[in-house]
Design a protein around this ligand. Structure first.
Ligand code: 0GY
Length: 300
């Protein structure tokens, strides 16, 4: 058994979130969440930039049921590097109710890719946030895309708003669907129709294969735990313009938050503030994630 020392300033997830007052539509998908370990069963990667508290599949599935979600999309967290075992173990234990987004290297074998696909992986994630990973050169990611495109997988990218211009030509070269994490991390102290966010909107307008997760108000907001009001116009602009290309997720267990831990029930209650009609909510929570992650299954 390996033991790990959790980072001294690590904030662990809320163990008893409130019950949301917003009733999720039947079949709703939490399309961005993670599992961490447990570290003695699934060791964290040697190259990791943080060591979290354990947050395993049983706790994730309990949260899913408590909040009223039907399914999860489990995104490989950087603390596990390119070893997807904890995420794959969760997918296999989910009875088809979870899909995954993996981290792989360009040397990944066809056998590994088949095994991941069979477990429920439908995408890879490229992370460009330097506090989480040391990004590689563009060719590294292009080689991975060549491997996964024939499987019908998509690419999830996590970057800071200031990096979009530089990454534009790489991202638009991908032939797959491209999903951007957390609205491309806009600076919400700037105007919603300002230069920075207009660039992100143009990125989605000009590239119909680009989707966005309308996630993480607790990361983007400068208002603290109660409000997130400053983020609302940003989410509403994207959901309004691209209702068929947006996804929502809790981001449980909320890695690397430094000031407060959100109540996941309150995060669910935030959804109707950004997706304001029943139709927009159904697309965001059911139709879009089902189309992207469960397209090989019939659903009602
Ligand atoms: C997120 C955000 C973060 C971390 C990771 O894989 C990760 O370590 O994604 C972050 O620290 O901003 O999406 O979970």
């Amino acid at each position: 058994m390996t033991t790990f020392v959790v980072d001294r300033d690590w904030l662990c997830f809320d163990p008893s979130p409130s019950t949301p007052t917003f009733a999720l539509p039947p079949g709703a998908v939490d399309a961005h969440c993670h599992v961490f370990g447990p570290g003695d069963e699934f060791p964290f990667a040697p190259e990791r930039k943080y060591t979290p508290c354990d947050a395993g599949k049983d706790q994730l599935f309990a949260l899913r049921d408590h909040l009223g979600f039907a399914r999860n999309v489990i995104v490989q967290a950087t603390c596990h590097g390119a070893n997807n075992d904890a995420m794959v173990d969760a997918l296999r234990a989910s009875n088809g109710r979870a899909r995954g987004v993996a981290t792989i290297e360009p040397t990944a074998s066809d056998d590994l890719l088949s095994e991941l696909h069979e477990a429920g992986v439908r995408g890879v994630r490229f992370n460009y946030v330097r506090r989480l990973v040391d990004p590689e050169d563009d060719g590294y990611y292009q080689r991975i895309v060549e491997k996964i495109a024939p499987l019908g997988w998509h690419v999830v990218v996590y970057f800071e708003a200031r990096d979009l211009a530089e990454k534009w030509s790489l991202f638009t070269s991908f032939p797959t669907t491209l999903v951007v994490d957390h609205l491309g991390r806009p600076d919400v102290s700037q105007p919603v129709d300002g230069e920075g966010f207009n660039l992100f909107v143009r990125f989605m307008e000009e590239n119909p294969n680009v989707w966005s997760k309308v996630t993480c108000p607790e990361r983007l907001s400068e208002n603290g735990p109660e409000g997130f009001a400053d983020t609302v116009p940003f989410y509403q602009r994207i959901i309004g313009a691209f209702p068929d290309r947006v996804l929502w997720g809790t981001d449980w267990p909320h890695p690397n938050l430094k000031f407060f831990m959100p109540d996941d029930g309150r995060l669910v209650d935030f959804i109707p503030r950004i997706a304001t009609t029943a139709q927009a909510q159904r697309k965001l929570l059911v139709d879009n994630p089902m189309r992207l992650y469960w397209k090989d299954e019939h659903h009602g």
